[in-house]
Write a protein of this length. Structure first.
Length: 333
């Protein structure tokens, strides 16, 4: 009898965690490095709202903005280890994993507008790139837009020669490293969370980013001049730990996919307006001077940065360049 009681107790203990798991919501930690009041920040919160609604509370999304959980240098490793389940890094962050092909998206003057970018990412290029992540234990869910980069410094940057000798913060893309070197500046890789202080103290002289990030991170307060150059595009890939994703109940995964699709449409629809509003707010502040390129200036930038395309072949490979060239109808050399 005693043996039977012990066996029953052991069986009850073995079942207890499963029972608790069935009753408890599935927690998804969604970490990112920007503020809530940006396209990506608002997209993450929209996904949380929709995911919890569509799963009827079976899933709880915990959003950690502003590098509060992990810095951008650490977060992808944390995702692979399962310490966090979902991220939305800039696509330049995949090169250290050995997936350098994503850096093709950083080529200067590649996308003529947001619609061109959106079409490419929904098509062959976006799908092909996500397949490259599967071997790394990462599943790509969506691409989120954050518009086009501007550049800033303590002096107007109107001609390629104006960059000469300036130290520029970059996120890590070797493509960005190349086009900044071509105009005579010195690129410095730095975590996003460290940029404000680096600009403030002169560790770097300038940076490139979108208007919404300049505003919400207050970069504009410590940069005298911003050139609204729109020379390159900033995009994010929403990714999830593949093992975690595959382990979800199929019905829950389907509801989360629906929530992500709607959150993506929302994020991409607001990105352009958010950046326009941010630019207006920066101008209104009077703390920095906005500069706009003339047609001649823009052409000079394009010609100075054009060798990046030929250099990129050795970095990202011919296959992705051919895909991008066909999708966008652009010349790579």
């Amino acid at each position: 009898m005693r043996k039977l009681l012990l066996a029953a107790a052991a069986a009850a203990l073995a079942l207890a965690p499963a029972a608790v798991q069935a009753q408890s919501p599935i927690v998804i930690k969604f970490s990112h490095v920007v503020a809530n009041d940006t396209p990506k920040g608002k997209g993450a919160l929209k996904f949380k709202e929709l995911a919890e609604k569509y799963t009827d509370g079976k899933v709880k999304i915990e959003v950690y903005p502003n590098s509060s959980l992990y810095k951008d240098k650490e977060e992808i490793e944390a995702l692979q280890l399962g310490s966090v389940q979902m991220l939305a890094p800039s696509t330049a962050k995949f090169a250290p994993l050995g997936v350098k092909e994503f850096e093709a998206l950083d080529l200067p003057w590649l996308f003529k507008d947001d619609a061109t970018y959106s079409s490419a990412m929904k098509g062959t290029v976006g799908k092909w790139l996500f397949q490259k992540l599967e071997a790394k234990g990462i599943t790509g869910l969506a691409y989120w837009d954050n518009g086009f980069h501007m550049v800033s410094s303590s002096r107007p940057l109107m001609k390629p020669a104006d960059f000469q000798g300036l130290k520029f913060r970059i996120s890590g893309s070797k493509i960005a490293d190349q086009y900044f070197r071509l105009v005579g500046s010195i690129p410095q890789i730095m975590a996003f969370s460290e940029v404000y202080q680096a600009l403030q103290t002169g560790v770097v002289d300038g940076c490139e980013n979108t208007a919404s990030n300049y505003l919400t991170q207050k970069f504009f307060e410590v940069q005298k001049d911003i050139t609204v150059s729109y020379h390159a595009h900033l995009q994010y890939a929403v990714i999830v730990n593949s093992k975690f994703w595959a382990g979800l109940p199929p019905d829950v995964r389907g509801q989360l996919e629906k929530a992500m699709a709607e959150a993506t449409d929302y994020t991409n629809s607001i990105a352009r307006q958010e950046n326009e509003d941010a630019l207006a707010e920066i101008k209104k502040s009077g703390k920095t001077t906005l500069h706009y390129l003339s047609d001649a200036d823009r052409k000079a930038w394009q010609e100075a940065m054009q060798p990046t395309y030929k250099w990129a072949k050795g970095r990202v490979g011919q296959e992705v360049l051919d895909l991008v060239a066909k999708e966008l109808d652009v010349k790579m050399n």
